[in-house]
Write a protein that binds this ligand. Structure first.
Ligand SMILES: [Fe+2]
Length: 193
């Protein structure tokens, strides 16, 4: 068996530890945040990310799925100036950490009454400036978008479950429509030492 990149392996070990001690995903995510921040500073990981393939077209690189606790680790690679869709992750908790480059991490409020399943009016609430080491925790159903900066950017994502088949929302702020369907395609990707 090839060995995982040491920084990724130690992040997995720390997250497994947290997940086995805590059952509440909000507490788990808060406890895992400093370990994600440390992972994002790893120089070897930053170097390797320069060769990762683009994940445009709703794709995620799938680095790891935990066999006991279900959490998953993804990487994404954004092209310069990317206009990310506005979406939620259904029931999944997400911790999004910028590894290289810069991104705008937008958060939205839903301002309609939610009674029509095909209609959703969303309003931009805040824009967080993403740069190496910046970590954003996105609770279930929170509406958000990642917009690319002027250069290529990469991010590492910890999710409480593997996306793909899980139903998520996609919001169109022009037509105020919302569409629910399966999430990004998961591309298995080995990150070895
Ligand atoms: Fe997202």
């Amino acid at each position: 068996m090839p060995q995982l990149l040491p920084a990724l392996q130690s992040f997995i070990d720390d997250v497994r530890n947290i997940w086995s001690q805590e059952s509440d995903n909000s507490v788990r995510m808060a406890k895992a945040k400093p370990f994600m921040e440390r992972l994002l500073q790893d120089k070897r990981l930053q170097q390797l990310s320069a060769d990762w393939p683009s994940t445009e077209g709703r794709k995620n690189l799938l680095l790891y799925v935990d066999p006991d606790h279900e959490f998953a680790i993804n990487a994404v690679v954004r092209v310069p100036g990317r206009k990310g869709s506005i979406h939620d992750h259904g029931p999944v908790w997400v911790m999004y950490g910028v590894l290289t480059g810069t991104e705008d991490l937008e958060r939205y409020d839903r301002i309609d009454d939610g009674k029509d399943e095909n209609f959703a009016e969303v309003k931009l609430n805040s824009i967080g400036k993403g740069h190496t080491g910046k970590v954003d925790i996105v609770p279930p159903m929170d509406i958000h978008s990642e917009k690319g900066g002027p250069t290529r950017s990469t991010a590492i994502i910890l999710r409480s479950a593997r996306l793909g088949e899980i139903i998520q929302g996609q919001y169109d702020p022009v037509t105020n429509s919302v569409r629910r369907g399966p999430g990004p395609t998961q591309i298995p990707f080995e990150l070895n030492a």
